[in-house]
Design a binder for this molecule. Structure first.
Ligand code: SF4
Length: 353
C-alpha cells in the first residue's frame, strides 16, 4: 500500500506535549510533500467531513488527520473481544462499501491517527491489571482478557502510516492478563513479522468470497493473500482467526457456492499449525439507507450487491440500521454454520449473528 497524503491535519494541542509532538513528527516525516494544516479538533474539520461523497477515494487517499484521543475508556463487549479498547485511530485507508465506521463518520471516513499512543497503552495496561487474572474461560478466550484494539479502523492498514499498531502489540506481549485482537483486510507481513507478539495478539482476517470482495471490499488485499498470510503469522507467534463477514446474499444461491469455494481454498492452503488454532466469527450484512445514498454516488456497482429492500428490514434495536429479514437470516445462518462445519470441521464459530 502506498500513500501520498496531500494534506495532514494536525490537532493544535499536539504541539503542547513533547512526546505527542515527536510522535506526530515521526509520521509527518514519512510524507514530506504533504501540506500541514493545524486544526482545533480532529472531529471538526468541515472541509474534510463535509466533502462531496463523489470524491470518496480522493478524500481518503489524500487526507490524514493526527489527533489526541481523550476520554480513555474500555467498553465491555463479549463478542469480538471481552473489551473494546479505547481507539488508537479511527477511519480507514480502505473503502469497504458496507463499513459501519464510515456510516458514523461520514464523507469517506479518512484516517485519524491518535498520537498519544503511550497513554492509550498505559490505560489498557491499568485496566487489565484491575481486572486481574481471567478465572473463567469464555468464547472470547480461554485464558486472557481480550481487548479489540482495532474496532474503528484497520490496524494492518494503519501500519503503513504509523507504528501505533506495532507499539500496542509489543505492549500486550508483556501484559499479564490481556491479549490484543483486531480484524483486518490488509496484509502487511513485512511489518508484523518483525514484531515478537509472543502469542498475545490475535489477528482476525476478514474473509468473503473474492467474487463479491472485488465489488465491495475496495482497497483491501486479495482474499488469497490474506489466507497465505495466516500461515506466516501463526508461524511467527500470532494467533490468527477468521471473520467470515459480512455475509452478503446475492444472485440467488450463488453466494452459497461462492462460500463453499472459499472454504475449499482455505482448506487447501492453510498449514496444519494454523488449522489447529483456528476459530471464526460469522455475521450477515447490516446496511442503512443513508449509506446506500452515499454509496450510489461513488460505487453504484457494488451497491447492487448490498441494497435489497425486498429482504432487508429495520433492526429491532436500531431502526436506522437495516438487517436481512430475521426469519430468513436465522434459516440461512443455520445452513451456513452447518456447511462451514462440513468444509472446515476444525474451525468452530466463536460467535455469529
Ligand atoms: S477495513 Fe474495516 S474499517 Fe476499513 S473500510 Fe473496511 S470495514 Fe471499514
Amino acid at each position: 500500500m502506498k500513500f501520498d497524503f496531500k494534506k495532514i491535519y494536525v490537532q493544535r494541542s499536539i504541539y503542547s506535549d513533547f512526546i505527542w509532538r515527536s510522535n506526530a513528527e515521526n509520521i509527518i516525516r514519512r510524507f514530506p510533500n504533504a501540506e500541514i494544516v493545524e486544526v482545533e479538533s480532529h472531529w471538526k474539520i468541515p472541509e474534510l467531513f463535509e466533502a462531496d461523497a463523489s470524491d470518496w477515494m480522493r478524500t481518503k487517499r489524500e487526507s490524514l488527520v493526527l489527533g489526541i484521543k481523550s476520554g480513555l475508556s474500555h467498553t465491555k463487549n463479549g463478542r469480538s473481544a471481552d473489551f473494546i479498547a479505547t481507539s488508537n485511530s479511527n477511519g480507514c485507508l480502505s473503502s469497504c462499501q458496507y463499513c459501519y465506521v464510515a456510516r458514523r463518520k461520514g464523507a469517506s471516513n479518512p484516517l485519524t491517527v491518535f498520537v498519544n499512543i503511550e497513554e492509550i497503552a498505559a490505560s489498557i495496561c491499568r485496566h487489565q491489571k484491575n481486572m486481574g487474572a481471567k478465572l473463567e474461560p469464555n468464547q472470547c478466550d480461554e485464558h486472557f482478557w481480550t481487548y479489540d484494539i482495532g474496532c474503528n479502523a484497520d490496524l494492518s492498514a494503519d501500519s503503513f502510516v504509523c507504528d501505533n499498531p506495532g507499539f500496542l502489540v509489543r505492549q500486550f506481549a508483556s501484559m499479564e492478563f490481556a491479549k490484543a485482537t483486531f480484524a483486518t483486510k490488509t496484509v502487511n507481513d513485512d511489518y508484523w513479522l518483525n514484531i515478537d507478539a509472543k502469542g498475545k495478539t490475535r489477528i482476525r482476517y476478514s474473509l468473503m468470497p473474492q467474487h463479491i470482495a472485488r465489488y465491495v471490499d475496495i482497497g483491501t488485499s486479495p482474499i488469497s493473500e490474506r489466507i497465505a498470510s495466516a500461515n506466516k503469522l501463526v508461524e511467527a507467534g500470532y494467533e490468527v482467526h477468521f471473520s467470515f463477514a459480512p455475509i452478503i446474499i446475492y444472485e440467488g444461491e450463488k453466494w452459497k457456492s461462492d462460500w463453499h469455494d472459499l472454504w475449499t481454498e482455505i482448506d487447501d492452503n492453510l498449514t496444519d499449525e494454523v488449522k489447529r488454532q483456528l476459530k471464526c466469527e460469522a455475521f450477515f450484512l447490516t446496511h442503512s439507507s443513508d449509506l446506500h445514498d452515499i454509496n450510489m454516488q461513488w460505487n453504484p456497482k457494488g451497491e447492487e450487491f448490498l441494497w435489497s429492500p425486498e429482504t432487508q428490514v429495520p433492526k429491532k434495536t436500531q431502526p436506522d440500521t437495516l438487517v436481512y429479514d430475521y426469519q430468513m437470516r436465522r434459516r440461512e445462518l443455520a445452513e451456513f454454520s452447518e456447511s462451514l462445519n462440513k468444509y472446515l470441521p476444525y474451525c468452530p464459530i466463536r460467535y455469529s449473528f
